[in-house]
Design a protein around this ligand. Structure first.
Ligand code: ATP
Length: 285
């Protein structure tokens, strides 16, 4: 059995991380969608630092602004106030490669699994510059290695319609990782799968993270998923969202499904659940 140690702990003191620069900083960022009577205050003034190598899960009541934070971090959305910093500079000033995987895998149906996985190498620099030279050699090998790591060896020539939902999501993860992103954004990536498939994918995701140590920002409604995968969980308040709790999750890795039934793990998810239910109830009063 995996040793299950502390459940919740305060994030490391500032002095412990002082020498490492955050990869992403939300500096007093807020977001309001629309204007006038139609304005929706989605995110209240929020501060968040994501350190290199973090696996950070964002949880909170529906509509609290979790995906809004993903959009800010990816540069798809500008804040209404405050700054989003990447490696200490304004977004866009530093080149940060981003990989994304969302709930519905958006695989291109006319491309094979391998071609789908290799797509970012065709589009994103510096890989794009060598595309024609490497697409039949190094890049193909890289795609095959990733597919093998997620249990899809031999499926490279299949088309998306020949895959199960879980296989499509595995392919989606490979595509999000093939260009070695500095930051992986996951928005409910396993949400459309049944519980057993989801649990299999947690193990796959953990394996990928343990070998690559990519910085990951995961949005999920599933507290067990957050506890299994993340080394940090941020709980958001109801809309307009802000981060209410930022806790370290220090269970040993690799984590297994056995861990999920251990008292320390159950206590963690139960505590987070009560916090979120309390927030939902407070928002409707
Ligand atoms: N383009 C938009 N225009 C107006 N309101 C928006 C827009 N996008 C999001 N919102 C609103 O902002 C709030 C936060 O949205 P967001 O998608 O970030 O929440 P979420 O926490 O990811 O929700 P869920 O858990 O349900 O996916 C929600 O109330 C949503 O309805």
């Amino acid at each position: 059995m995996t040793a299950a140690t502390p459940v919740l702990a305060a994030p490391p003191p500032a002095s412990a991380t002082a020498r490492r620069e955050p990869l992403i900083t939300l500096d007093r960022v807020s977001v309001t969608y629309g204007r006038g009577a139609a304005a929706v205050a989605a995110l209240a003034e929020t501060r968040l630092s994501i350190m290199p190598g973090d696996f950070l899960a964002l949880v909170g009541p529906s509509g609290c602004g979790k995906s809004t934070i993903l959009r800010l971090v990816s540069g798809l959305l500008s804040p209404s106030s405050g700054n989003v910093l990447v490696a200490g500079r304004e977004i866009g000033a530093n080149e940060v490669r981003i990989g994304m995987a969302y709930q519905n895998p958006t695989l291109l149906p006319w491309l094979t699994v391998r071609q789908n996985v290799m797509l970012p190498l065709k589009i994103v620099q510096p890989f794009r510059a060598s595309w024609h030279r490497k697409k039949r050699g190094e890049y193909r090998d890289r795609a095959e290695a990733l597919l093998a790591q997620v249990g899809l060896a031999g499926f490279g020539d299949k088309y998306p319609w020949q895959l199960s939902g879980g296989m499509m999501q595995r392919t989606n993860l490979c595509r999000a990782l093939i260009h070695e992103p500095d930051l992986l954004l996951l928005d409910e990536p396993f949400g459309a799968l049944d519980q057993f498939k989801r649990e299999e994918l947690w193990a796959t995701m953990q394996d990928l993270w343990m070998t690559k140590r990519t910085t990951v920002l995961l949005v999920t409604h599933d507290l067990r998923e957050a506890g299994y995968l993340a080394n940090r969980i941020c709980v958001m308040s109801a809309r307009p969202g802000r981060i209410l709790e930022d806790c370290a999750v220090t269970f040993d890795r690799p984590r297994t499904m056995e861990l999920v039934y251990q008292p320390e793990f159950v206590a963690l998810t139960q505590r987070l659940r009560e916090l979120i239910i309390g927030l939902r109830t407070a928002a409707t009063l």
